[in-house]
Design a protein around this ligand. Sequence first.
Ligand SMILES: *[C@@H]1O[C@H](CO)[C@@H](O)[C@H](O)[C@H]1NC(C)=O
Ligand SMILES: *[C@@H]1O[C@H](CO)[C@@H](O)[C@H](O)[C@H]1NC(C)=O
Ligand SMILES: *[C@@H]1O[C@H](CO)[C@@H](O)[C@H](O)[C@H]1NC(C)=O
Ligand SMILES: *[C@@H]1O[C@H](CO)[C@@H](O)[C@H](O)[C@H]1NC(C)=O
Ligand SMILES: *[C@@H]1O[C@H](CO)[C@@H](O)[C@H](O)[C@H]1NC(C)=O
Ligand SMILES: *[C@@H]1O[C@H](CO)[C@@H](O)[C@H](O)[C@H]1NC(C)=O
Ligand SMILES: *[C@@H]1O[C@H](CO)[C@@H](O)[C@H](O)[C@H]1NC(C)=O
Ligand SMILES: *[C@@H]1O[C@H](CO)[C@@H](O)[C@H](O)[C@H]1NC(C)=O
Ligand SMILES: *[C@@H]1O[C@H](CO)[C@@H](O)[C@H](O)[C@H]1NC(C)=O
Ligand SMILES: *[C@@H]1O[C@H](CO)[C@@H](O)[C@H](O)[C@H]1NC(C)=O
Ligand SMILES: *[C@@H]1O[C@H](CO)[C@@H](O)[C@H](O)[C@H]1NC(C)=O
Length: 861
Amino acid sequence: MVSQTSILLLLLICAPTLYSGTDLQPRCNEKDRSSLLIFKRGVVNHSKKLPSWSSEQDCCSWKGVHCHNTTGRVTRLDLNQQYLVGEINLSLFQIQFLSYLDLSLNGFTSLIAPSDTHASFSNLQFLDLSFNDDLHVDNLHWLSQLSSLKYLNLSQINLQNQTNWLQSTALHPSLLELRLASSRLNDMNISPSMKYVNFSSLLTLDLSGNNFKSELPSWLFNLSSISNIDLSFNFIQGPLPKSLLSLRNLKSLRLNDNELNGSIPEWIGQHEHLQYLGLSENLFDGSIPSSIGNLSSLIHLEISSNLLSGNLPTSLGQLLNLKYLSIGGESLLGVLYENHFSNLSNLEELVLSAAFSFDLASDWMPPFQLKGLCIKNANLGPKFPEWIYTQHSLVYLEVPNSNISSINSDMFWRLVANITQLSLSRNTISADLTNITLNSELMFMDNNNFTGELPRISANVIYLDLSHNSLYGPISPFFCHKFGRENNLDYLDISSNLLTGGVPDCWEYWKGLSFLFMENNMLLGEVPSSMATFIDLIALDLHNNSLSGNFSLDLSNITNLEFINIRQNNFSGTVPTKMPHSMEVMLLGSNQFEGNIPPQICNISSLIQLDLFHNNLSGPIPPCISDIPNMGGAQRTDHYPFEFNLYNKGRELEYEDYGLLRTLDLSYNNLSGEIPPQVFSLIQLQSLNLSRNHFTGEISREIGSMKNLESLDLSSNKLYGEIPDSISSLSFLSFLNLSYNDFTGPIPVGTQLQSFNASNFAGNPRLCGAPLPINCTVESGNVGESKQDDGRKDSAFETESLYLGMGFGFAVGFWGLSGSLLLYRTWRHMYIQFLNHVADQLHVFVVVMINKFSGTQASSN
Ligand SMILES: *[C@@H]1O[C@H](CO)[C@@H](O)[C@H](O)[C@H]1NC(C)=O
Ligand SMILES: *[C@@H]1O[C@H](CO)[C@@H](O)[C@H](O)[C@H]1NC(C)=O
Ligand SMILES: *[C@@H]1O[C@H](CO)[C@@H](O)[C@H](O)[C@H]1NC(C)=O
Ligand SMILES: *[C@@H]1O[C@H](CO)[C@@H](O)[C@H](O)[C@H]1NC(C)=O
Ligand SMILES: *[C@@H]1O[C@H](CO)[C@@H](O)[C@H](O)[C@H]1NC(C)=O
Ligand SMILES: *[C@@H]1O[C@H](CO)[C@@H](O)[C@H](O)[C@H]1NC(C)=O
Ligand SMILES: *[C@@H]1O[C@H](CO)[C@@H](O)[C@H](O)[C@H]1NC(C)=O
Ligand SMILES: *[C@@H]1O[C@H](CO)[C@@H](O)[C@H](O)[C@H]1NC(C)=O
Ligand SMILES: *[C@@H]1O[C@H](CO)[C@@H](O)[C@H](O)[C@H]1NC(C)=O
Ligand SMILES: *[C@@H]1O[C@H](CO)[C@@H](O)[C@H](O)[C@H]1NC(C)=O
Ligand SMILES: *[C@@H]1O[C@H](CO)[C@@H](O)[C@H](O)[C@H]1NC(C)=O
């Protein structure tokens, strides 16, 4: 096969010279050529995309066209990954001897069925239209005309509205491989009008990544010759039926990421030919059957993330051919002995995620040399296990949250010197990093007890997380020493340590950084203007240090910057405004900024969160605030700013959360004047906090249009007048504080206003009605004064703690969804697509969390 392909390739390359020199070579058939030209007309910009397809030339020398070497008839058309856009006219099938058609990995958007609906195109054996992501196909009837089809691949094209895909494919006894992965199919049950499926030759069936929600269909168990089944990433339910045993030739069974339940049956051990078994991410319970040790052909076994309990059977240690083993789950528990691994001499990757302990002799020599080892949430420590030092071929080593508190520094750093990915997160490892040079591309070393000064890094390091340790000393040696000049760092997190000193002025060597997190340290002094040279910066966090002076960085040329947090420092001067249009989240609270809120803020067009909480700002709110499109605009565009999510769980969640909320917090300042009505037209806002200022005037009726508002705090101002009725139409509102103003009249009767605690209306002596214990009679006067102190002391930070608490709960929930995503950059694109799918669910989740949290808060008051 391989050699044939290369010969064809050679022919293709040589073809023009061969043919131009002699008349003996067969020329392309005229009919074939005109069918090809019809196809060509459907390709947008075809003269550019298919320049060799000119009418003068022999069509056998056109790009992708292969002719028979003696008859000159076209037999293959192979145009995969040619960036072709447009329509596919299946009149191509009229090319009489065409046996191979591959148009995969292009951008075709429509398909024209063959015009002759009665013809049979009996020579076509291979058809691949996969990965034309925007190709919608409503009708597959024409498939029945391909009577000799052996390979059919329609993966990753849109068959969403296709209800009879099974009917159209099922009567192809010649079919060897059928791939319909990620094609948005909904139903895999056989329709009543169809008596049976005849896939009597089928070897490979790939239906992964669709929306199948039923149990495994019974027709599957009649596929007597089937060897590979992939139904992963669906919503398939129910237990594994015993009829699966009738598939005696099964080599690969991929059922991971479904909703299968029941136990993993003992009979699974009878599948003697099985090489690949994927059952991860399902709802299987019970224990792992020891018969699994009878699967003597097994190479790949994945059964993590289920509801399995108990210990592992020692029979696993018999799987001599096993290369990949992944087992995990929250209720798995027990002790692993040398027996569990005794014959695993071919094992290359071992992934265990469960509360296992290990009872292995200290001089145990494992039978394997691993390329990858991941043991998490286990009891590996307290010492880093000796046997891991015998593994010299590791590419990744991950032991997060595994109770390790000490390493043998000499051996450990030598072991990991050439490892690509290292994770030691969430242990209690104590080691001095002062003289260590880190060398792995991805290093997760957060949440330990590493001490000493910041380590050195080599040019290999791309991602480094050292947060939540006990590193100390000034940061400038790390940034300014010459060893760092060749760095390729993209992500650096040294937050939550004991680091000191000023922010250095050596940023010219760190231009590649996209993410820089230095919060929760003891950094001092001013921020040098050279920090504005981070052209690739996406996120910068410096909060909770002792930084001071004007924050005068001109960041307006950093056109990817989306997030800046400099809260809780001593910055002074005016509010920084030299920000790029890309800026989404600006957290400037708890500093000493003074003067007015500059109207330039309104030009930051991507802004979705602005926090100026607790500064010394005065004057009015600029009315232009409603010009910020993501706060005021009618259209809600969703933002997923933090692609580095892929790397790191904790951080991702914190900011994913920020990314979804639209908030404006101007509380705790000296702002005054009336609240401009424009503020109440920020209809995208979810949280508005103007409390603890000197605002006067009435609340505009406009407030009723802030349909997304979930939290509103106007407390401790000098607002007056009646609370507008329109406020009761804010149906998401779950936190409201209007206390300590001078509102008058009745509290509007609305669905949720009466459910808030009375303290949220306290300190308005002329306000009446539920939930206040004051009836709205004309003479109700000043009753209620005596109750007004209740809520005062804790109202200030309520909103903030509300969101902090929500962030955490949200984090846990969200990570559950995306927990198994891989870490490399190439996955970003897919990941973002994935997020788009779940966006609505996320939002719902946020709302639920807020409601829940404010519930607790109300009851604790
Ligand atoms: C076709 O060519 C025009 C002009 O060069 C270009 O603007 C357009 O984007 C091209 N279309 C596609 C689909 O490549
Ligand atoms: C034509 O191809 C066949 C195999 O496809 C090969 O056996 C034969 O030698 C080839 N003939 C010429 C003239 O290249
Ligand atoms: C597709 O090809 C057929 C010729 O077989 C032709 O009649 C038809 O017009 C083509 N369709 C389009 C949309 O170009
Ligand atoms: C589509 O499936 C066929 C047959 O299984 C396979 O040879 C081909 O590589 C697949 N195409 C892509 C783009 O993966
Ligand atoms: C599928 O059908 C629905 C409703 O009939 C329609 O709204 C949708 O656009 C169709 N989708 C495709 C890809 O044809
Ligand atoms: C399935 O197709 C094969 C080959 O055409 C044929 O021999 C067999 O009888 C068919 N089976 C059924 C149940 O129709
Ligand atoms: C690491 O790689 C370097 C160069 O590839 C090699 O010289 C060195 O021996 C390796 N070190 C270890 C501990 O494998
Ligand atoms: C680091 O290296 C320097 C110079 O070799 C040495 O003086 C110092 O004691 C070392 N520090 C630690 C913590 O190992
Ligand atoms: C961290 O290490 C320091 C010094 O090595 C030690 O005093 C401290 O107790 C350790 N903390 C924890 C939580 O292990
Ligand atoms: C921003 O870019 C412009 C145009 O390249 C340049 O003139 C200006 O000096 C830059 N500003 C800063 C602060 O780097
Ligand atoms: C409020 O009115 C209700 C009846 O409408 C009455 O039972 C209650 O005593 C009144 N409360 C006060 C404080 O006047």
